[in-house]
Write a protein that binds this ligand. Structure first.
Ligand SMILES: [Zn+2]
Length: 271
């Protein structure tokens, strides 16, 4: 079950709308005479309508502005692509050169993460007692590592999404919802997180460059034949890597078959 956060334990976050903040000489002035020096990551594309100032788990403060964005259309390519998500390959596509292998960012950090989490457990304050400095330090190290892995995932996802969006006019992608988060192994959780980040990046990039992104309902995609669209009677066991159609006899790698089914369901099959 999701755990409710108590207000005094939640991280600070402040919202200001038009009349509550002002930008002056690249400083952010908030209501109540607070002037903040901001390290700008980039120029604002338009006048911001609101700002959220918040602190993250690592202890850094951020200012996030709401602005109107502009669409930057890319030249048409005439190509379409179908994408299926998975554990071993984060994305399997109908194009051979656009497959994205799972980057294992979580796995590489797992050892250090376990160390910091052990440290936190050992220094855990007794109930009702304030946390020790050692506990706080370990907590911050854990948060830092989590952030690093998340940043790495976003980076990989964005680079891949940019390439896919640049080279295709329309994208049919499995509308993946993480199902395993609560109950299964680390590998599954990492795969879920990688898929989530990649799907998010793809949708964002598609919107930015005026491409059509179709979100396809994932039900039965592993059971349909991409050649004749006949549905198999039984779901393919996870260990079986090849899909062989009982109706037309065509066999293809399982994930490639699913990626093709995405294309067909989105109505994007060329010819
Ligand atoms: Zn078939």
């Amino acid at each position: 079950m999701p755990k409710l956060k108590k207000k005094r334990e939640a991280l600070p976050s402040l919202n200001y709308t038009t009349r509550g903040f002002r930008l002056k000489d690249s400083k952010l002035c908030l209501a109540g005479g607070i002037a903040l020096t901001v390290v700008w990551s980039r120029d604002l594309p338009s006048v911001p309508s609101s700002v959220r100032v918040y602190r993250d788990a690592v202890g850094h403060w951020w200012a996030s502005f709401v602005v109107t964005t502009t669409v930057e259309p890319l030249p048409a390519t005439g190509a379409v692509i179908g994408i299926d998500w998975g554990v071993k390959e984060t994305a399997t596509t109908t194009s051979d050169i656009h497959d994205l292998p799972h980057a294992q960012h979580g796995k590489n950090a797992a050892k250090a993460l376990a160390k910091y989490q052990r440290r936190m457990a050992r220094r855990k304050p007794p109930k009702g007692k304030p946390a020790s400095n050692g506990y706080k330090r370990a907590k911050r190290q854990t948060a830092k590592l989590h952030r690093k892995v998340a940043d790495q995932r976003t980076d990989t996802a964005r680079k891949w999404a940019k390439q896919v969006v640049r080279e295709h006019d329309a994208i049919a992608v499995e509308d993946f919802r993480p199902r395993f988060l609560a109950k299964t192994t680390m590998a599954r959780k990492a795969a879920d997180a990688a898929i989530g980040a990649t799907k998010r990046a793809l949708i964002e990039m598609g919107c930015k460059h005026a491409r059509t992104v179709h979100l396809v309902n994932p039900a039965h995609t592993t059971m349909d034949c991409s050649h004749c669209m006949t549905r198999a009677k039984h779901a393919l066991p996870l260990g079986m890597r090849t899909y062989t159609c009982t109706a037309c006899g065509v066999s293809s790698p399982r994930d490639k078959n699913s990626a093709h089914v995405m294309l067909i369901r989105a109505g994007l099959v060329p010819g």
